[in-house]
Design a protein around this ligand. Structure first.
Ligand SMILES: NC(=O)c1ccc[n+]([C@@H]2O[C@H](COP(=O)([O-])OP(=O)(O)OC[C@H]3O[C@@H](n4cnc5c(N)ncnc54)[C@H](OP(=O)(O)O)[C@@H]3O)[C@@H](O)[C@H]2O)c1
Length: 306
């Protein structure tokens, strides 16, 4: 059993990860007072306040740190580039230095969006990343800062979906919420990605730590699809009306930050080093559906500070 500190424990990944990790480990979450009754220990901290990095690591004394906190809203990063840099680059860099000095194994959660999406095939860890917006630039700089300060760290480029604290953080919830209200919505046909269920990502990250892996890994779903197709899959799974989803090109959207079109990432390196395949998309979608049937979204909401 390891002692795991998880930053961003109120976020989409952090919360699902904390709930999965606590099955077999001791979990301590870092929170800015969004959680009122989480079933794991909490340290309250705003990580941008000077001295908090040292304080949380000293207080928690973890074996492993999984750093999920970030400014993960692409358009918000475009509007507040200084904040994005402090949170997405400077903070993980500082955490990596301290983890290295204290012998703590760190996982930095990066993103599939470090690529510009112009490649026609699959991206491997060997491909040169090229950022297309403030978010991806700050996350890319974080990858370099973390591995420079702590070569034993894991940098995981991820893409995931699942149920969240407020019920509207993930793309899957966007489609589900609109579909259940019979509201029409668009799905981008020319943005390709590899979604992995957040709980499957959590299990994968824990397996990587258990195996003692380090360095850069793609940790996304094994199946690539368009965002439109993803919405259709959600509609079919929940027996909702897929015709409410209109196929649309991202070029016609009013999004602020530029998005890459092709984020099809290979997970061969990860599967080889773990010695097993990642869960398939349909296994993840089944889990998303089963969690709904078992009241998991309500359970998460009950942790929320009112
Ligand atoms: N969502 C995706 O599909 C996706 C795709 C690729 C990569 N990623 C990466 O995955 C990681 C997790 O993303 P997510 O979607 O789970 O993010 P999220 O739901 O937006 O959660 C972000 C977390 O960071 C915390 N945080 C923000 N500022 C903080 C601060 N100053 N001090 C302490 N905590 C702070 C937030 O706390 P509050 O609740 O208090 O704001 C929240 O818990 C990020 O590194 C993101 O870049 C996400």
């Amino acid at each position: 059993m390891a002692r795991i500190l998880i930053t961003g424990s109120s976020g989409l990944l952090g919360l699902n990860l904390a709930l999965e990790a606590m099955i077999s480990h001791e979990v301590i979450g870092v929170d800015r007072a969004m959680l009122k009754s989480a079933p794991f220990q909490i340290i309250n901290a705003d990580l941008l306040v000077e001295g908090e990095v040292e304080r949380i690591l000293e207080q928690a004394k973890p074996d492993w740190l999984i750093h999920c906190a970030a400014l993960a809203d692409l358009d918000a990063c475009e509007e507040a580039p200084d904040k994005a840099r402090r949170l997405n680059t400077d903070l993980p860099g500082a955490l990596a230095k301290t983890c290295h000095a204290r012998g703590i194994r760190m996982v930095q959660i990066s993103t599939d969006a470090v690529f510009d999406g112009t490649k026609s095939g699959v991206y491997t860890e060997e491909d040169e990343p090229r950022a297309v917006n403030v978010y991806s630039q700050t996350k890319l700089e974080a990858e370099r800062a973390v591995l420079e300060s702590d070569p034993d760290a894991i940098v995981a480029r991820v893409n995931f979906y699942g149920w969240s604290l407020a019920g509207r953080r993930s793309l899957a919830e966007f489609f589900f919420n609109n579909l259940t209200k019979n509201k029409s919505m668009s799905g981008y046909t020319n943005v390709i990605f590899c979604p992995l269920h957040a709980t499957h990502l959590a299990q994968t990250l824990l397996a990587m730590l258990r195996k003692g892996l380090h360095g850069l890994y793609h940790a996304v779903g094994p199946q690539a699809m368009s965002k439109y197709q993803f919405g259709v899959e959600i509609a079919r799974k929940f027996n909702l009306h897929e015709s409410e989803i209109s196929p649309k090109s991202i070029q016609t959207s009013s999004l602020i930050a530029r998005r890459a079109n092709n984020l099809y990432l290979s997970t061969n390196k990860l599967c080889t080093d773990l010695g097993k395949p990642l869960p398939s998309f349909s296994t993840g979608l089944d889990l998303f559906y089963t969690q709904f049937q078992q009241g998991y979204p309500q359970k998460l909401k009950s942790f929320q500070q009112s």
